[in-house]
Ligand binder design. Sequence first.
Ligand code: IPM
Ligand code: MG
Length: 372
Amino acid sequence: MKLNIAVLSGDGIGPEVTTQAIKVLKAIAFIFDHTFTFKEGLVGAIAIDKLGNPLPESTLKLCKASDAVLFGAIGAPKYDNDPSAKIRPEQGLLKLRKELELYTNIRPVKAYESLLDLSPLKKERIENTDICIYRELTGGIYFGKKEVSNNGNTASDLCEYSRFEIERITHLAFIAAKTRNKKVTLVDKANVLESSRLWRKVVTEIANEYPEVTLEFLFVDNAAMQLILNPKQFDVILTENMFGDIISDEASVIGGSIGLLASASIGNKHALFEPIHGSFPQATNKGIANPIASILSAAMLLEHFGLFKEAQLIKEAVEKSLVLNITTPDLNTDYKLITTNTVGDFIEDYINNPDETNVNFLNIHVGQSTII
Ligand code: IPM
Ligand code: MG
């Protein structure tokens, strides 16, 4: 298969983790005889610094002309600490999501057996957790009308949803549930918000078309608690933009590190793949950033194009790295630093030669992963 991939590595640790994902995709292309072409575009704070725009026209054009976008991370402290900044890195990502109509954000969360002890949550609570969050990505309070009064003392953000916006993601969530544990939980705040009541109404109607899938409802405050108390009860979680943003960060605790969580943002014409973590500026260029979320995002990219064997091999390589503790410091308390690059090298090596008897794991621990 030929795929043109736009690479928007962005800010902070974005470039270093994306480099690992590209390395892994190149290994996959080689082994399975695909042609993947990578073209880079500027986005975020770095694009503001260089071109004064968090999503330059050239980047948008590149993304629209590509089969998929591989995204790194976005954000920089100088903007986070300045509420009056008019141009902000995040605007680049939000505009990109809107322009490419990426209305469904899919965030899988699972508890890896080898990492159960790392989660601050009790092992018996999280073991076998396997959740897929379907977060609406181009509507709601993120994109509603924003206003600040003349004196600057009152501000508002409108949370608006149309039936159409709810319907299209709901179908995708139910279709996914059919192939999983056949349950959709709609997370909303229907006891307070009119927009949530519309979600309930539309989702209930659509559920009739999927009789094999059970639909449950949960208020978002309760959902936040249930995710920690009993995450195993969930299969597919369907929710609006901001609730999805918040509960997906919360859910990442189950996996042991936010550095493991990948995501796919899908529309009818375009698709973008990105880790759910941010730009983690404090870690930039220290070799401590976990590349797995980015690598698993690349696996989701392959799945999107039906390359399931290829994606499976990446997931297998990732699991192997976790089992062998070839992991960055967020998951590894060994005194010896295993760097971002070393984790990427290991996963690349595994793809090139999954027969573990031929991989010299001992050398990996000293940073020289080699096939012998
Ligand atoms: C995410 C991020 C973004 C969001 C930010 C960077 C705008 O937190 O993808 O979850 O809020 O959607
Ligand atoms: Mg977020």
